[in-house]
Design a protein around this ligand. Sequence first.
Ligand code: NAG
Ligand code: NAG
Ligand code: NAG
Ligand code: NAG
Ligand code: NAG
Ligand code: NAG
Length: 466
Amino acid sequence: MGKSAFLIYHVPKKRYSSSFKAFFFFLPICLGFTTFFLVLIYIYTTSGVLTNPHSSPYLEPTKNSTLIEQTIPFSIDNTAEDLFFDLPRTPNYAKQSQWSISDLFRSIGDSMNNTDIYHDTDIFLEDYKEMNKSFKIFVYPHTKDDPFANVLLPVDFDPKGHYASELYFKKALFNSHFITKNPNEADLFYMPFSIAEMRHDPRIGPEGLQDFIRTYIFNISHKFPYWNRTNGADHFYVACHSIGRVAMDKAVEVKFNAIQVVCSSTYFVAGYFPHKDISMPQIWPKERDPPSIFLSKRRKQLAFFAGSVNSLVRVALLKHWRNDSEIFAHFGRFKTDDGEQLLRSKFCLHVKGFEVNAARITDALHYGCVPVILANHYDLPFADILNWKSFSVIVHYMDIPVLKKILQGISLDEYSWLQSNAVKVRKHFHWNVPPVDYDAFYMAMYDLWLRRSSIRVRLTASLEYM
Ligand SMILES: *[C@@H]1O[C@H](CO)[C@@H](O)[C@H](O)[C@H]1NC(C)=O
Ligand SMILES: *[C@@H]1O[C@H](CO)[C@@H](O)[C@H](O)[C@H]1NC(C)=O
Ligand SMILES: *[C@@H]1O[C@H](CO)[C@@H](O)[C@H](O)[C@H]1NC(C)=O
Ligand SMILES: *[C@@H]1O[C@H](CO)[C@@H](O)[C@H](O)[C@H]1NC(C)=O
Ligand SMILES: *[C@@H]1O[C@H](CO)[C@@H](O)[C@H](O)[C@H]1NC(C)=O
Ligand SMILES: *[C@@H]1O[C@H](CO)[C@@H](O)[C@H](O)[C@H]1NC(C)=O
């Protein structure tokens, strides 16, 4: 090794002066040292970024995962995301950092300049009108006689529970003016299979999902010409249960090409792509509106959380705030309806569990409670339309130890601003039968419309020029 390395720099003796030789001997060494120091400086500065609470929430410390395993008192099925959550560092973090409330408010102050709940209200309203007028969807036709009609046709009841969004969307779309029977007129193609119905169909079940989807794509791509034209890029499906993501594993063109409208929109794991896919809110339908959500006197509690401890983020929350008198964190299933708690709290925590999907954000908005989001790598619902900073507080995992400081530091004025906006966006997180302008259905349609034009293919185009 040493010999061959030396040979590279070996210069015949007689033909060069000794200073010239020395130059060629030291130059590579100097370059080597310079590079080494530059790398050191780089590591030093970037590791500073990693401990800075105001760095990008997507920069995660990467550490030996065995460290994390040792600190977990019980066995949980960690997702890849959890493994990058540096738990051992957290307790020291609050002490070490030069964390300042004014930094936070500088950032809140910036977003307060755009007091709107939309990134750009004018563009949104104008585009929305255009979308409402011209957007056309072709639905793959299935009849009542199809053995899987239950999976492929809309349900005739009002959907309930956690995953209702999927069935609400389908019901609304089938009855809407967006449907066209003419595929040449269609901007997008809808594959109406329902993950929720498949899970409960004994012929399919969670184990049969992947084969069903593969066969479905095989069927439509042989029977119709549309899939093959773009390899699925102008097709979409809708799923609310997180299992929808793995359901595409035997039909990867769906995952990589089609538009996935899903509630479980975490892009840490491969399979969700924010520019292509759509984050749809998870909505637990509520019977009626709660009374007097603005009555701030009632909101005596700083923050509320309820849920099981099934992720490292929740372990950290438990560790720091289990006994707190102002942050009420209930671990485990909440026995009674938690509506009263959501009405009593200023802030309601949405904390990543096994998955990021849960109806908590929508529940918080429903009760006029400002959502606090602790879910790194979560593409927030309708984030390309809504200005989430105007009605929620987004907190990095590493700031769990200073969570109370952050929330207490939000002034009454700022809180009223956040809360009034939270109430304004409620209509976007609501399903109606029939759908109402700007509700969850129309928002999902608008997001689909934003993703349509560049991939539009008209069957007739080639014929017109013949
Ligand atoms: C992590 O640390 C353990 C114990 O210190 C060590 O045995 C293991 O090889 C390390 N793993 C990696 C990927 O560095
Ligand atoms: C927001 O407004 C404040 C004061 O009105 C101003 O100092 C600040 O520069 C503004 N920020 C942005 C991003 O426009
Ligand atoms: C959208 O279209 C529906 C049906 O044509 C119509 O009733 C509604 O007023 C439209 N909304 C807007 C904002 O254009
Ligand atoms: C695919 O087509 C076959 C033959 O028409 C049919 O029996 C089967 O149910 C279809 N499967 C799916 C998943 O669409
Ligand atoms: C679509 O492509 C597949 C695979 O290349 C092929 O078997 C099928 O016949 C094509 N479908 C149509 C309608 O041409
Ligand atoms: C919470 O209370 C329990 C039992 O009363 C105690 O063991 C634990 O250390 C407390 N945790 C915190 C974070 O104060």
